[in-house]
Each structure stands twice: as C-alpha cells, then as structure tokens.
Write a new protein. Sequence first.
Length: 454
Amino acid sequence: MIERIGEDLTNMPSRIEAEPAVMPSTGVAGYPFQVRASGLEAFAGLLEKAVQSAISTGSTHPVGGLNGRQESDAGGMGGEPSGDAPFAPLPADAPFTRSSSPTLRALLGTDPDRIPWPSQVSEGAKEPRSREERIDPSTSFRVEKRLQAFLHSLATLLEEPSAPPLSQFPRPAGDNGRGMHWIPTVSQSQGVVDRFVRELQEMKIKWAVILNEGADTERNDYLVERLTQAGIMPVMRIYTAGLNPIPPEDLEAAVRHYRDKGVHYFQLYNEPNLRFENGGRDPDVGRYLDLWVPAARAVVRAGGLPGFGALSPGGEMDDLQFLRTALQELKKRGQVDVLDQAWLSVHNYDSGDGKGFFRYRRYADIIQDELGRQMPMVGTEGGIYPGGDFTVQDQVERVRQSYAHMAQREPDFLAYSYWIVANEAGGGHDKAFSHQALFRPDGVSPIVDALKST
C-alpha cells in the first residue's frame, strides 16, 4: 500500500476533528478522526483518492475480503445493515487496520455513527446532534453509494497478493539458475572484462554478482554492458566498507543509471550479522534496518529491486535468528511493505554435509512463517574448497552437483553463485581469495571444464 496518499488534510473543504473515537458496535478504539456531516462528500472524495492511489501502486496485503460480507445483486455491499451501526463491525484485525496508509486507516476507522445512512436522516429518524450535522437525504444517499462502490473496490484490492508473484521478478533468457561471483574488485580493464565474460558464457553462467563502489556510476559501465549483451543477468552489490550509510539521493541516481543499462537486482550491505561488518561492534538488527530500509526505498524509487542481507552462516549472531528478528521488527515498525519489491541475498557455502548448500530452505521457512508468502532468493556467494581429506576431485563433484540441482530448484531460489571466478587476474590483492578462484596464477580449476561440459 502506498505510504502517503494525501495525508495533509489541511485543504479539506470541511472540518475534520482529531477526536479519539470508539466504534459503537465493537467497543474497539478507532482512529482519531471524526467527520462532520457537512463534510461527507469531502470524506468520500478523500476515500476515493485513497483507494485509487492504492490500486495504482498494486501493493496490498494478502488478506481476505471485507469482513466476509457479500455483494448484493446491485453491486453494493449487501444492503443496509441492521442495528445502530451503519457498517458491519470491524474487528481489531480487520484488513483495513493492517493497511500501511495512515489516511486509509483513518478513513476506514472513522466512527461510523458520524456517516449517516438515508434511514438515519429520513422521516422519523432521531434528531441530528447539532445544526452542523443536519444533512439532506439525497446527499446522504449519494455519499452512501460512493462509499459502497469504493469499499467494494478496496475489498477486491485486498484479496490480491501484497507483492508481485515470483514469476514477475526478472530472469535472464534461457535461465538455468547458474550464477557466478565476479572478481572481488570494483573495476577491471576492458580486456579483463572481455576475457571473463567469454569464460562465463562457455560455463553456461546466466547470473553474475558484481561489486560497485558505493554510488559510483562510471567504472562498471563496460562490464554491465558486456554482461547484458552476453545474456547474463547482473546482480550488483553496492559495496561499502562495513555498514556505512549511503546518501539516498546518490544511491537513487546510481540505481537509475544502472537500471537503464539492464541491472535490476541491487544488494545493499553485506553480512550484517558479523562484527567485522559492524566496525567491531556486536551485530544489531535495529541498526541494520535503520540503514537498510531507507536505502531499499531509494532503490525502489529508482526502479530497482533491493537485496536484503546477505547473512553469514557463521556469524557472531546466528543468521537464522537475525533474519527472523529483522522480519518481525519490520512488522512492528509498520515497514514490511519495503519487502514487496525485495529479494534475499543468500550465502550458501557447502559445509560438506549438504546443510550449507540448502541453507536457503531454512530461510524460506522463516520467510513463510513471518510474511505468509515466499520471497525471491538469489545466491550471491557459495562453494566448497579442498582441504584435509577433501580433495580437488571431491570439490569438483560437489560443485557440479550444486549446479545440477538448479535444474529442479524451488521457484523462490533464483540462482546459485560460486565464489569467485578470478582474483589476481582482475586486480585482486587479497591472497586469502587466491585458492578460491577458478582462474588462479598457478592454473585453472577443473571446475571450469566440468561446467563447460555439462
């Protein structure tokens, strides 16, 4: 649901009082707006604006219809209800109360006794409370019909899912779920780009995770252009030193720049459950969300899809607990709508027992528990490396199996990405990454031929 749909009520042509209201039919505290009878048409107009704005965004909650009420043959809301309240009782967990729009919540929670039906102003009805509340029956009838029509539209809207279906998230042509983390540097020469884009193509890679220096809009232009020309979907990690904030206006400009070049997926921050990424401080979910939410909204405003995470399975704070707590906190803050266009970045390194690679299934269970729906996941780092009794041949087979699994993967797991294609060859200086690269100074990993031949 759109965040603001005309919250400024100062231009209303009638008076709206900020008085605490209690719904007479339920005893449940309502929202602190009561509408005078002289402002009924203005109320209906504002509700119309609210509903139309909500429909135009297509972002709603996956809940049922309007308290189970059925349409009448005339297309209304089932006729005039009985009892003192003109609308059916609204329980505390009614769909309206979970709307993220303050205006819509206020309007739909307005004391219904303030909005008379025709019977309330017809002959024999009780005397209006004040001169200000006297109203012509024809006006009341007209407003009633407008409210019925738009509440019906809202009921239809609320029956739709809150986020796009998984099928609407962009995929590369001929998608096979094969991804690869690019070189762990923020820029490379054109010769290096050309060489390794060809290698990715021959390994049948369709997704590539690349690093972008903050909100820079120059150094990765050629890389993005070559990847998209090769039919490879770029996944851009906005690189920052730890959890340093990025000015939203700068981030928005960078996303627009690369969105025009074919980048849809933008990962924000990295492994927030590690002390290292928190400047030596203990991981803190609230601090992470304080950074991630405004950055994610900037990405969405610019037409991109913000990536949550990724989380380290071996972090100082358990990755599963971090994810669950973060989703719960977003709900408490009333900011869960920021996830409607989001995806989860996954680091599913193979632990040797299969549990590491399938970590994404644990994440999916948590997402389903907390959101009641699925959320796209993109593997941005993964792999397994020789050591001890685990040989190079063992590594090749395990990585081959991981990529083979992608042919029958779950629909919410979009890609698996091995870390990394190269290091020193692309200007990398961290020797700790040397043995993890497929292309190394001492030769080429046999994984390369295995992927090219399958």
